[in-house]
Design a protein around this ligand. Sequence first.
Ligand code: ADP
Ligand code: G3P
Length: 497
Amino acid sequence: MAENSGILAIDQGTTSSRAIVFNLEGRIIATAQEEFTQYYPHSGWVEHDPQDLLNTTVDTCRRALKAAKAAGVHARTIGITNQRETTILWDRATGEPIHNAIVWQDRRTAERCAALKSAGHEPLVAERTGLLLDPYFAATKIAWILENVKGARERARNGELAFGTVDTWLLWKLTGGRSHATDATNASRTLLFDIHRQAWDEDLLALFDIPAAILPEVLDSAADFGVTDPEVLGAELPIEGIAGDQHAAVVGQCCFQPGMIKSTYGTGCFALMNTGDQAVPSSNRLLTTTAYRINGQPTYALEGAIFIAGAAIQWLRDELGIIAHASQSEGLANDAEAEGLYLVPAFTGLGAPWWDPNARGAIFGLNRNTGVAEFVHAALDSVCLQTGDLLEAMAGDSGTAQETLRVDGGMVANNWLLQRLADLTGLAVERPEIIETTALGAAYLAGLQHGLYDSLESLESQWALNRRFEPAISRGTREHVVEGWHDAVRRTLTTGK
Ligand SMILES: Nc1ncnc2c1ncn2[C@@H]1O[C@H](COP(=O)(O)OP(=O)(O)O)[C@@H](O)[C@H]1O
Ligand SMILES: O=P(O)(O)OC[C@H](O)CO
């Protein structure tokens, strides 16, 4: 039986939902993916329809389970990984959302955050949650919904409403409304969770004026979250792993030793460094977060979060229409003459280490030769240069300079990007065989809880290198490009740094 066992991973991302069935060796047996609509009601606002998130998840799960079955592999358990911070409130009785999901990229609560900051609340928030007062995180999004949907605050106080990040919403729906839970990694992104005590924090709930009655129970990342309702998924399966997508990627990349870093390139880019059992505070405006929690024991990470990575390529494709497919970016960048051209992709503000929610995108250094290829080159460069800023901040906080970076996510199919990343960061960049590491991490967590693996560490031997990219430009050239980048960023910031 064991050789036919598989694990279903649900990866509910910002632009698409994916379901992947892995075998126990971490190989992909079946996969299904569906995109869904992004809503931009105002400048800086981003929403999803929670029903779209659910429908695309259920549909892709059904397709992947069917294809895996045809290949002789039966999923025994489910792991969920998800876009983080995205906030949903729904009615406990009907299961109906009371507002669209407010997506992590949404900046509508920038003013609220600025007011809380001016009132001097950031040190307490940072000390307890490891985060900063930025609209990125869930708390001010929840407060916005409670304030802007008629009657919501009272219904919340009466226990009629439930809050969840996307994992919790899917768990609720997949279990037919029987489980209202999340894991410690997702809770760590709300601004309401004390990462040291690993518990919801009453002072923070009071600060953001959020009733405790809406909160889900917080479990380990490998835990018994519930069992799927066969009417929803067509099968009764346990859900035994949950982690935010960037945390799941730490697990999928087997970054189990302190000091190891992974960087994931999807819509945004998120670099996490494992810091073991120490929640290391940042002096460089990085985030401190729970990387994963097993048997009640949290492992922490330092995180650098960039809001726009692959989304810059999507913008070239969907808004400017200058490329037809993301994959074209590789050949175009290779042919470009883009010396001195910089795109600062602050479409939804800038994340780490700048944290400027009001900044907006800018391009510098246009000339008569600037064409499609140069735009593409500048977009890909911005991903590498932002990563460089994160790595520098991490080296400062951890006191150790890294030599290698493990990468994953949809963008890392692009070889030009990874060579440029090595060149502009000065680090060796390692791409594993499986770049769907967020899904793989969720599968590992579920497999661990199901007893299919002995420990996370026992999975290290499954990590396999696909290709290593070594830095190939001189330090002087690198410093020159980075200097121009910092100049462009300074001209984009509204915070006067
Ligand atoms: N070959 C490529 N070169 C550059 N960018 C790419 C390439 N393939 C995909 N992308 C970008 O990667 C992103 C998709 O990655 P994915 O990991 O699926 O994202 P998410 O989980 O955030 O939805 C898209 O933003 C897309 O523009
Ligand atoms: O959808 P992704 O993969 O870009 O990930 C989104 C992050 O979880 C946001 O914090």
